[in-house]
Design a protein around this ligand. Structure first.
Ligand code: ZN
Length: 230
């Protein structure tokens, strides 16, 4: 029996994926962190991902280029403004323009391919279905369906050597609970970056959905966020 199992952990450099990686490490997984240079609005989050992967002791950190700007169709990959100052009620209605078409399907598929090369059966993704922007590919039913598909789609799955498991430890946590968990896991909040639309100096805007959810989480958890806002 191996002392340490191998996992692939999707890592954007934000609070949730960083906490998810820290959680996987505490579960004694040897983690291969996977980030995507997908044509997002800024590279600051990739710098954050590199810092977080190193700080949390990822075995390896892969940054894979995949240009989703070729398709566009999102405020994160196209010429569409990032919405600012939306209230919780507004966020609860519909799917905002920051949704990147099929992003988690694409990211999980590539994580699955990476995992199969490593003979790893475990994939971690920091999706959350409580304090979130309503993205369909963050919901538990999507993750369950992807997991079923993964076991049908891979050589490892078909040969029955391994049963792929998609871990979503943050799925049912509020943002405040994620902040508390992150603190318990000694995540260095200052290394993470959540903002969709930082200023040229790299400071978070404080007003996009991602910033607003993060700020609400820290406020409710009663913990100070060291991240600097513009
Ligand atoms: Zn922001």
């Amino acid at each position: 029996m191996q002392d340490c199992k191998t996992a692939v952990c999707l890592l954007s450099g934000g609070l949730d994926s960083s906490t998810c990686l820290a959680y996987a490490r505490r579960q004694r997984f040897e983690c291969h962190a996977l980030s995507f240079d997908y044509g997002q609005r800024h590279r600051i989050e990739l710098d954050a991902a590199r810092r977080v992967a190193a700080a949390l002791g990822a075995r390896r950190h892969v940054v894979m280029p995949i240009d989703l700007r070729v398709f566009g169709g999102s405020a994160l990959t196209g010429d569409i403004a990032v919405p600012k100052g939306r209230g919780a009620e507004e966020m609860a209605q519909g799917i905002p323009v920051t949704y990147v078409p099929a992003r988690n399907t694409i990211f999980l598929s590539l994580a699955l391919a990476y995992a199969e090369t490593l003979e790893a059966a475990d994939i971690f993704i920091g999706v959350n279905a409580i304090d979130y922007s309503g993205y369909p590919d963050c919901r538990p039913e999507f993750i369950a369906a992807f997991e079923r598909m993964a076991n049908l789609a891979t050589k490892a799955g078909v040969e029955g050597r391994t049963s792929v498991r998609i871990h979503t430890p943050l799925s049912k946590l509020s943002k405040a609970e994620i902040v508390r968990l992150a603190e318990e896991l000694h995540v260095d909040f200052g290394l993470t970056h959540s903002c969709y639309d930082p200023d040229p100096a790299g400071r978070a805007c404080g007003q996009c959905d991602s910033c607003l959810l993060r700020r609400k989480g820290f406020e409710e958890a009663g913990i100070a966020d060291p991240v600097e806002y513009a």
